[in-house]
Design a protein around this ligand. Structure first.
Ligand code: ZN
Length: 411
């Protein structure tokens, strides 16, 4: 369907070797749609050839989730059954490589109450959090994408099915640097080295705050947590030292800012898709670190609902730097999938922060991380602020100002 076998093979191997970096003797857990059974087989084979001990597949299906959310009671969906908990417990022992293939219909949950979705996610994550914490930083994982017809049609409604899928394939392969001629593994080495170099520079600067300005009305400053690290591209499994790339594509360098310490207005430069609904032409104004007002040309009510989801939903959990030359941005359309859309340009996220940016953060409880300034919330929603003329200054603790971004790209 719109892609030749050889390219697909290249892509599968990239996901397994460079993304997850599956090592000899490791258990792999593959999460993939039943519609992609042929690609699943290709990935399984690549895992075994990389030395996997066992590949387990968790099959997903859009309609299964949709029908459950439409018809089953909230309490039923929220319950974590003993076998599910046992499976998570097994994961803390196996520390499997996890490969997740995103292919969902962006409209799969249309008509489902966002509060039902969030409430179910919240209560399930309360039960599963200890297990997630136990494997955090101790296993390799990667999310990559495969275009389904419904997803492609959402991006290109005017095209017929095959053409839409072909266009989405072209875009995906461009952003993950897979083509006929070049070796994607080499391309990724170069790409991750560039991102690491920028992250190292940011860490050396030790900025205490960032100041954002753009002609569209963005005028914003945010405090950073002393000692919190800027991270990007790759991560290292602390148990076996394996370098892996959690997101393919990835263009961002990110950190979690100090929760509750920002001022001013951020103007979005791209629409935001949240729970299958669009919020467009919007801005958010912060006072004392909290979103106090928002304006949206479309989706005002939804945006307000999002900001009021819980205590932490009105505060920032992430700031990320992405130059406007990003291949995702060059594609020039909305993917309706965070994996891509958040890699288009500079963004911030409302809600949950990342404790792993703190020294020793992997072993902290949520409460300990919060005490260090990391935000906590049931939501984590990225919105794009990287205007073509965006300038960002870094301010050092002694007050000196260093240009970080000019005209939407590295200064
Ligand atoms: Zn991000």
């Amino acid at each position: 369907m719109g892609i030749n076998e050889k390219l697909l093979q290249k892509y599968a191997e990239l996901i397994v070797r460079t993304g997850a970096n599956v090592r000899r003797g490791q258990v792999v857990q593959l999460v993939i749609s039943v519609e992609l059974h042929a690609f699943a087989a290709m990935l399984m084979e690549a895992c075994y050839q990389a030395g996997a001990k066992k590949v387990n597949v968790d099959w997903t299906y859009d309609m299964q989730s949709r029908l459950n959310y439409l018809y089953a009671e909230q309490e039923t969906l929220a319950a974590v059954l003993p076998w599910e908990e046992a499976k998570m417990k097994q994961m803390t022992e196996d520390l499997p490589c996890r490969i997740y293939i995103a292919s969902e219909d962006p409209d799969a949950m249309r008509g489902v109450d966002p509060e039902k979705l969030s409430a179910v996610a919240r209560s399930r994550s309360t039960v599963l959090k200890p297990y997630r914490n136990a494997i955090e930083g101790k296993h390799q994982w990667v999310i990559a994408a495969y275009p389904s017809v419904k997803w492609a049609k959402k991006c290109f409604p005017e095209l017929e099915d095959g053409e839409a899928v072909g266009r989405l394939w072209d875009a995906i392969l461009k952003t993950v640097r897979v083509d006929e001629q070049t070796d994607p593994v080499e391309a990724w080495k170069k790409h991750t080295a560039f991102i690491e170099q920028k992250a190292t520079w940011l860490n050396e600067q030790g900025f205490s705050s960032l100041r954002y300005r753009s002609a569209n009305g963005t005028d914003f400053s945010v405090e950073l947590i002393p000692g919190a690290r800027w991270e990007g591209a790759g991560a290292v499994n602390s148990v076996n030292g394996a370098f892996y790339i959690p997101n393919m594509p990835t263009e961002e360098i990110f950190t979690s800012p100090a929760a509750g310490k920002c001022e001013g207005t951020l103007v979005a430069v791209k629409p935001l898709s949240w729970h299958s609904q669009l919020i467009e032409d919007f801005s958010i104004t912060f006072e004392n670190g909290r979103a106090v007002s928002c304006q949206a040309g479309k989706g005002q009510e939804l945006l307000e609902k999002m900001i009021h989801m819980d205590e932490g939903a009105a505060m920032l959990g992430e700031v990320a730097l992405v130059p406007k030359e990003s291949p995702v941005n060059q594609c020039g359309f909305l993917f309706y999938e965070t994996l891509f859309d958040e890699n288009a340009c500079c963004h911030c996220a409302l809600g949950m922060g990342f404790k792993e940016v703190l020294p020793g953060g992997d072993d902290m409880t949520t409460e300990q991380a919060q005490a260090c300034g990391i935000n906590d919330s049931i939501i984590h929603v990225d919105f794009m602020v990287g205007a073509d003329d965006l300038s960002i200054d870094g301010i050092r603790p002694d007050g000196t100002t260093v240009p970080v971004f000019r005209n939407g790209t590295w200064a």
